[in-house]
Every structure is written in C-alpha cells, then in structure tokens.
Design a protein. Sequence first.
Lengths: 784, 166
Amino acid sequence: MSQGIGAPVKRKEDKRFTTGKGKYTDDIRMENQAYAAFVRSPFAHARVRNIDTSAAMVMDGVIAIHNGAELTGDGIGNIICGWAITSKDGSPMNMGAWSALATEKTRYVGDAVAIVIAETKAQARAAAEAVDVDYEELPVAATIAAALADDAPQIHENAAGNIVYDWEIGERDATDKALANAAHVTEMDITNNRLSPNPMEPRSAIATFDEAEDHYTLYTTSQNPHVARLVLSAFYQVAPEHKLRVIAPDVGGGFGSKIYIYPEEIACLWASMKTNRSVKWTSDRTEAFLTDAHGRDHLTKARMGFDAEGRIVGFKVSTKANFGAYMSLFSSAVPTYLYATLLSGTYNIPNIYCEVLGVYTNTVPVDAYRGAGRPEASYLVERMMETAARELGKDPAELRNINFIREFPHQTPVIMNYDSGDFEGNMRQAMEAADWAGFAARKAESRARGKLRGIGMSCYIEACGIAPSAAVGSLGAGVGLWESAEVRMNPVGTIEVLTGSHSHGQGHETTFAQVVADRFGVPIDSVQIVHGDTDKVQFGMGTYGSRSGPVGMSAIVKALDKVEAKIRKLAAHLLEVSEADIVIEDAQAKVVGTNKSLAWHEIGLAAYTGHNLPEGMEPGLKEGAFYDPMNFTFPMGCFICEVEVDPQTGKTEIVSFVASDDFGTIINPMIVEGQVHGGIAQGVGQAMLEEVRYSEDGQQLSASYMDYAMPRADDLPNFEVLHHGTTCTTNPLGMKGCGEAGAIGTPPAVINAITSAIGNNDLNMPTTPAKVWAAINAARIAAE
Amino acid sequence: MDLIGSRTIAASTDVVWQAILSADVLQACVPGCTEMSGSPEDGFEATVVQKVGPVKATFKGVVTLSNMVPRTSLMLSGEGKGGAAGFARGGAKVHLEAEGSGTVLHYNVEAKVGGKLAQLGSRIIDGFARKMADQFFENLQKQIEGPSEGDGNETAKKGWFKKLVS
C-alpha cells in the first residue's frame, strides 16, 4: 500500500504514546535537580508592601527564595507582546509592564510574586505557603464593563481607562451609508465566552545553568522552541541565543496556550543561574487555570444590512476584547488581524467596518486559543446570517447561497484575498448528509414525544497557513512567519527531516514522512522527523494557526526539490545518461525505458564516499530551505448540527453532526479526521459547557474540573466528517490546513440549532440546561 | 453574598450588648475558633480552624468591632489569612431591638473568600457562610441564655450571663 500523500497510514508516534513511553518535560530528571514553587497573589489587584521569607527560608530543604526586585535587578526584562497594533488616532498600543515576578503590584489572582527553590516538590510548595506577603488590596476590575466604568481602578499606569488600544479596519462611512440604505438590518449583541485551553499535559519547565560554559538549557512545553529562545534572549535578557538551548520534547497538546513564553520559564532559567541547580517546575491543574493564557472573551455589537433580494450590503461591528491583566505574546493580533479580517465570512460583502477596543482587566492574560480570533469572527457572522434568515423569513441555506463568493481570487474589504473554494459545494454535501430536507418530519416526530428539535448550520471560513512575512510585518508583527526544513539523506539511504514546525499531538512524524515517501517511494519507517530542539534545527517559527501543513510541509517540499535535483544529477552521472532520463520512484533512480537503475543506498553511498561525483559537485546529500508563504490559506466548510431539547429540563442532546470541509490536499485522511473530531469536541465545549467565571472581586471561580465543564465522550454524537476539496493555489502541495476548523465552525452551528429548537434567539454560550430552560420559558411567557 | 436573619434572645439588650463585646463569648461563638485575645477597642486576634469543601485551613486573623452604638448596633468584621488556602473575610451588621424583656438580634452577614477557597470551593461558599452565621448567632444565644431548662447540670451548663450574675 502506498504510504504517500493521501494514504491513511497509522501514526508512527502512537507506539510510544499509547504505551506510556512518550518523553515529556516532567519525565526528564537532571543530575542536581531542585524544584520550584511560586508564591501567587490571592488578590486580583493588590500592592505588594512586603515579602517576609524568614519563616520559609528556615524550612526543610529550602535552597533559595527570590522575588521580583531581585529578578529585575539582575536585568531580566519584562514580558512583551510581539505584535504592535496602532489605534485609530495613530497612537501605539499601551503595553503595561509585565515582570516575570511581580514587583510593586499584582494584577490577577495567580500573579507570581516570588519563586521558592527547594530539594523536593513538596518542600518547595510548603515553603511557598509559608512566605508571608503583605498585600494592600486595591479595587478590582474583573470584567470589561467594570474596567471601562468611570470609577474603574487603573490597572497599568500607562493605559488610561484600561484601554490597550482602540483599533479599526474597513470603511466606516461607506458601511454606515450602506446600512442606512439597506432594506433590512439585523442587529445583535453577541458574547463570546471566555475559555481555558486545558491541554492534557500541564505546562512544565526544567532549566539548567552550566557555569563552566555560561550556557543554559531549557526543556519546556513549547509549541515553538525557537521563538521561545528568541524572546528569552532578545527581550528577557536571560542569555544570548548561542548560550541558550531550548528543547520542547514530547508535548501533550497546546491549543495555542504553549506558544507563549510565560513567567515560570523565565524565572526557572534565572533561578538555575542563581542557585547553580537544575530548576524544575510543573504546573498543577488549578495553577493551569490560573496562569495558562485564556481564550476568547469578546462583547460585540453588530449590524448587518441586506437589500430587498437578501444580498448583504454592509456589516458594521464593534467589539470589546478582554486582554486580562497583561499583554501576552500574540494577544494584540488575536482580536484584530486574526478576527476582523475574517468578518467577510464566505460571503460577498461590499462594505465592512470593524472597531475593536482592547481592555485590561484583573484576570488571567488572554491570547490565542485554537482558532484565535477566527472562532469569534465565525460565530459572529454565522449567528448574524442565521438570525437574518429568520427575520427575513428565508431558508438559512438559501440566504447563505445567494451571498456566497463564487469567483476566485476574491478580495474582501478587510485585507484577505481568498484563493479558492466551492462554498455551495460544501453546503450541498453537508445538507445531503444531514438530510436537511427531511428535518420537518424529524421535528414533528420529536414534538410527538414532547421534545423540541432544531437544526443549525454554519459556513465558516478561516485564514490559516500563517503567514506571509512581509504582509504580517506591514501589519505590525515582530517576526516573520516562514518555516524552515532540512532534508538529510544518510549514506545508507535513510532520511532525516529537520523541521521548525513542532508536533504536540498533530502527527507530524507520520504526515511529514509521508511527503518524503511520496517523493522518493521510500517507506515512512526509513524517515525520521527531527523537531523541537534549537541545537538540532537551525530555526523555525513553530506550530499554531494550522501552519505546519501549508507552511512547514512546503519548506520540506522545497528542501526535497533540492535533494532530488542533486540525486538526479548524481544518478545521471553514475548511470551515464542525461538527467532528463532519470526518474525517481520506488526508492530507486531509474533510467526511463531501460532496466538500469541505482538502489537507494547506492545513491547515498555514492554521495558520501565522493569517489565518483560529477564535476563540481560537493559530497553529501543534505539540503535546507526556508519557505515564506505567498498568502494565507483559507480552509472553509459547512457544519450542520441537529439537536433535541427537553423542554422540561432544558437539557440539550446533539443528535447529529455533519462536517463538510475543504482543506485542499490531504496528506493523511485519518489524521485529518482526528483533527476535525477534536476541533468539534472543543467547539461543542465552548457552545454548551465551558466558561471561565470570575467573581466581581476577580476570584476565578472555575479553577478545577468540578466547576469548569470539559466535553466528555457522552456529550458528543457520532460525527460525520466529509471532505469536498478545492486545491489551494498558493502553496506547492495545495494544502489549506485543518487544525482549527472544528473549533471555528462548531459553536455557531450548535447555537443556531438550539435557538431554532427553542424558538428564542436570545441565548449565550455555554448553553447550560438552566439557561436553555430559562430561554424556553421566556419565549413561552412572551408568546402568552 | 448577603445573608439576613434574626434571632430572639431571652435577655435584655444591655446583656446582649455586653456579651458581644467579650473576647470569651466571641471565642465560644465563632465556629472553629481555637484562640481569641484582645479587646473591643483594639480588636481581637483570632485563630480559626475550618474546612470549606475540600480545603481545610487554619486562619489567622483579626476581628474588629466598629460603628458601635451602645445597646443598639455595631459592625462585626473578621478577616483571616489561611496561607495557601487563600483568605476569608466576613462582616455582620448587628442591630438590637428590645422586645418585651428580650432582645431581637437582627443580622446582615456578608462573606468573601479568595485564593484556593474561591477556586475550589466557590459552589459551596454560600452554604458554608450561612452555616457559619447561623452557628455563630446560635452559639451567642446559648452563651447568653444558657441551655434550655431541665437540661442537666445547672452549674456546668450555665450560660455566660448566668455565670456572670450568679
């Protein structure tokens, strides 16, 4: 069976993952390892008056306790946000100072004020509890509304009114005019609920300082070890890049939350130098709720105008985005360039205007979480479309269909230029699989049993394969978003591929090897994917934004092109034919039309012995490439969700879920289906179960799995996952990316279904039974 | 969260007032209180051991009396730090009203928690605070009135007031 592109081969990495042999950061033990625990603020906003370590320092096993003043005194820099956003008035964003250990003030519950190093984990934790911090409590702003109130406490000195930025995109006047002349305007207030990312493996770090070499090594749970090294060196001044090795070994999920460089990694590196010990820290689950960057948390007012035929004439959006207490690494880009640029959805919208107010609150920093801005855009656009269809009395599929973009490339009014797609094709495929036409009969059957049945659709689109470096640079990004690869063929013919992408569950060790197998006909078992180590891989931008396929694999393709060219030249020389007569297949270099060939190991040996090379050819078979994408990619699809609601209890059951996606070229359909399953599960989680809740004084009330409801298997139906693909025109393999789609397309499909079932459109996520029950009864009372 | 309640105590407002100002009475009334020292003027230092849901902690803190209008009303506030468990804070506005020979004690209690107590125990804090408040005022009533009649050994179980006047 082929193991190349399109083959559903089983994942190579699953042998170690399913037998408990994965090697995660917490599995690593260093010779002279000590443990860190952090002293964290129990107050959401407080002045630190004094830190008394006297009782803690004399406890068993305590090696050292360090605070923020010492950390900044040693020249460790503040944590930065790497994407500069400019406000409407031309002013730069207001980035508040964020020290890895708080110095004067703590700004959210969990903000660390000191690091305790001890011989054992238990000793470190016990001593951290004994550190006596004298806090002066300050007034708290735990929500966007509280932070924007006239008498709100100021969280950062340089951010008046707690405003991060006041940004806009699109044409305000033209959009206002279009709405004023519209035959119908749909208006909605939409809340996008705050989520905690919850990767299975909590964050962890182990830092080692080598005094003799002035060299640091950091093992950490990172989605992008090279970016981690870059910011640790260039901004946090921990060590120069050549004196800092960052290794991200097996990582158990990230969903965005492991992109960022957090206070704990910085403090562990610094403490390893202070104590001359390896310093290890592993988050517990509540610590993860308190410190892992949260996602979403938008409040939006939107107006969408239609002409008499139902064609969209304008879309005006005003969003307030909660940033939490500090600006995390990519936080500024999420509610702007990853959100507002997707507000055209899959539709031809001539006029779009969006303004976004970024707001500091006394909560955990908010940053990218699976989808990052695009779920917020998709939820908004698809809730608006569904609501407009109900108001206009049109079939929601028909209203979408008359507005679909059909010609490509399509330039939207908000930067993005879609290269390809067949939006109606995906919708028709999903409608057929979901038996859209038979819904009325199913609804009647449910009604006969006393149940309410609803069906909902979403036709999402997202921008992936981030991103063209020059384009993102012009929008304020502090980095380029290319990817690198190196292909090394060994003398015996086995192949190592070094990639700057990072696998933390995506199956790169299999899919990347399939690209090589497809090119040369070698078995995937003879291809090793090397990633996650700054000493092995020269540089890379890591894995997020569904970029490892379209960008990471494109870099591999470019490196393979170079290796193949050299092999052809070498084989032609050895077989004494012209290069044009050489074909490479079945792990051989063959001469067309003859039975002459070179076996794979013969090619490798010839290259490495160098005994008989063409004139001017260097020995060896190793080529590298950097690939900078020429555009974003635009995966899209149509999801249809059908639900049944018990009006007595408000309990909702998803009875069917169909996904028809366009991911372009698919390397491994089994892995892609797995990605879609996981994404839908997270999307259902957002829609029906998950929400981070704060008390008004900034206490996080949902910091354990007793209170934060994760989706479980019995919350989910059997998904029907289909593919209707068009080829992406802007990368060599024609890939679009699939990692985030499920989480982006699902919430609006679910909410459209539930609101259709209960006959009340006024329903916010997550749709707990209590909320659904209240909405059913509110609708009933209003009708009476 | 606010809890409002009242309790009728078979003693004059003067007796009830004196009882509330006593460190011994307060110690006996605060559920889980193991130590209490100080005075109404300077405030009291207290140690309280409590289990809130999954979190058991020793809280060290202060109890202060303020807005005192003799025999009529006062504010009773407590604030404790429970180390890694976080903190707990509560206040009770107390208003005394004479009714015949007895006193109706009205209370309005507010409770707040933070840190681990909030993260793990928020669901049960309201119930917990209600229980704490009910116990406190029930204890206060017992302290003042003593056990109900015919309830065993008179001397040993005399209430605070009866001990005081006997």
